[in-house]
Design a binder for this molecule. Structure first.
Ligand code: SF4
Length: 507
């Protein structure tokens, strides 16, 4: 893998042959993905689609979190305005790392109709100079949206020229929404910029790495340092739990990229191992770090659920020859957790659950559901690619369970929920307003102030799920008093009617 000579990262449709449209079962989607040369998942699409997200907005999930930075959104005022929703969280989370941190500072170049004719380069230059003069940030991040890309603004040239007069590092991010239907391409777009502008050997080590790169790497190969690549959907509690477990193995943990400072990416090279929390996020970054800086990595499962956490810990421990220690730790943690889960197994066993959200996260969370004795009746994933495979291995008997791939597309999920009638829905934050009108109890798939990862995360999910199921009156009243937004004829049809490749629908 080396895409760093290119201006921007390739789309995931091309690089990973990932899919955004599928309707079938878990067994079928696995078979189709493996046979993707035939194109059944990668080339599948919809004849009708409701709104879906753009990679520009998802890029902001990481970019907004970088400390000592000013973010310039180069585009019309509407692009990225979703950031308003997480200003408070962003500031609080930055200050958890460094109490002196500023909150989120962003500027929009506010391109209008006349800029579409005359170009937006002048406004961009003004914005960069203003950001540098007014805030003196360590870095100025420029997120490029559709309009400047379509009208041909040469942002790389302008920013290279401006770099000569600016103290902070200027980092362009090519995350134009129109370039991909697969939102997760955003992670590659952001890491592409980080790899080009932030990641470099630390100056103080220059004599060593310039004269003998092998000795430089050997020094860190032997160390106990590990980088954990955190994600925007993780909470500080999640980080605390993973740190607790890894420090229990005697490892020294550093979290990047979310809430890191630009300089942290230099220290990040002084590590023995890069570890992904979720393959959907990190393979582009760790792949390049291995190729360019010879740092090995682990991209496997996500530490959500007992089996997944155990598997994740074992993969890390193996790199450091700590297999026996990991087994001991996992056994001890599992024993304590099993005792703590007993009351919830009694109340939750036999309930049916439907999960919707990021592919890796929903399948991992289903492991917790099965552990509690619940029945998983369906999945809806934002997209589908090979990173889901190891997570599927922790589930039992799901091959016949319905599995659809859809970024948003609430009309399909509303149809599916009417047919499956689960006892509870676990779904992506922000994607449950229509689902709530079905009257279902809903547990958010993630939450910035809750713990989901590691062993304590399993307990927390069980505890909160139990509470949610005991009091679902609000959504029940919603269903009695608010109509569903789609015509009744739609609910009589197959939910996958508009998908161009459907192996054999169960509905
Ligand atoms: S799709 Fe393009 S124009 Fe729309 S929000 Fe995303 S970057 Fe902006």
């Amino acid at each position: 893998m080396n895409f760093l000579d290119a201006k921007s990262a390739p789309s995931r449709e091309d690089r990973l042959r990932a899919s955004i449209a599928f309707g079938g079962t878990c067994g079928q989607v696995k078979t189709c993905e493996r046979a993707h040369a035939a194109g059944c998942t990668n080339l599948s699409n919809r004849l009708f689609t409701m709104a879906q997200g753009c990679q520009f907005t998802l890029s902001l999930a990481i970019l907004n979190s970088i400390r000592n930075a000013v973010l310039i959104m180069h585009g019309p005022i509407g692009c990225g305005m979703c950031s308003v929703g997480n200003i408070g969280q962003n500031k609080a989370f930055k200050q958890l790392r460094d109490p002196a941190s500023e909150g989120l500072i962003w500027i929009s170049t506010n391109l209008d109709e006349s800029d579409v004719i005359g170009g937006g380069e002048k406004k961009l230059a003004e914005a960069v100079r203003y950001a540098d003069r007014e805030f003196r940030p360590e870095t100025i991040i420029v997120a490029n949206s559709c309009v400047p890309a379509l009208i041909g603004d040469d942002i790389d040239r302008i920013l290279a020229e401006l770099q000569q007069e600016t103290a902070g590092i200027i980092m362009p991010i090519h995350c134009e929404g129109f370039k991909t239907k697969l939102m997760a391409t955003a992670y590659d777009a952001v890491y592409h910029g980080i790899l080009k502008k932030y990641v470099r050997y630390p100056e103080r080590q220059r004599p060593l790495w310039e004269s003998d790169l092998d000795r430089f790497r050997a020094a860190y190969r032997k160390s106990r340092k590990v980088n954990i690549l955190n994600v925007g959907s993780m909470s500080r509690l999640d980080e605390g739990e993973l740190r607790r477990l890894l420090e229990g193995l005697g490892l020294e943990v550093c979290f990047i990229p979310c809430y890191a400072e630009p300089q942290d990416f230099q220290y990040a090279l002084e590590t023995s191992l890069n570890v992904s929390i979720c393959g959907t996020h990190d393979d582009y970054f760790v792949g390049h770090l291995e190729e360019k800086y010879r740092i090995p990595f682990v991209v496997d499962t996500i530490p959500i659920g007992k089996r997944n956490t155990g598997r994740w810990l074992r993969k890390i421990a193996h790199h450091f020859d700590l297999d026996t220690e990991a087994d001991r730790l996992i056994q001890a943690e599992t024993r304590v957790l099993d005792d703590a889960l007993e009351p919830y197994r009694k109340t939750l066993a036999g309930k049916t659950v439907y999960l919707a959200g990021g592919e890796v996260r929903i399948v991992a969370t289903a492991e917790i559901m099965q552990d509690l004795g619940m029945e998983v009746v369906g999945f809806k994933a934002h997209h589908y690619d090979r990173f889901i495979e190891p997570v599927f291995q922790t589930l039992e008997a799901v091959d016949a369970v319905p599995f659809s791939v859809a970024t948003n597309q609430p009309f399909e999920m509303s149809n599916i929920l009417t047919k499956l009638k689960p006892d509870v829905l676990i779904t992506h934050v922000g994607g449950n307003n229509i689902a709530a009108k079905h009257g279902l109890p809903i547990l958010p798939l993630f939450g910035p102030t809750y713990n989901y990862c590691g062993y304590s995360g399993v307990f927390e999910v069980a505890r909160r799920l139990n509470k949610t199921l005991r009091n679902s009156e609000f959504n029940r009243q919603l269903s009695l008093n608010t109509p569903l937004p789609f015509k009744k004829e739609w609910y009589e049809r197959d939910p996958f009617s508009y998908i161009t490749y459907v192996p054999e629908s169960n509905f």
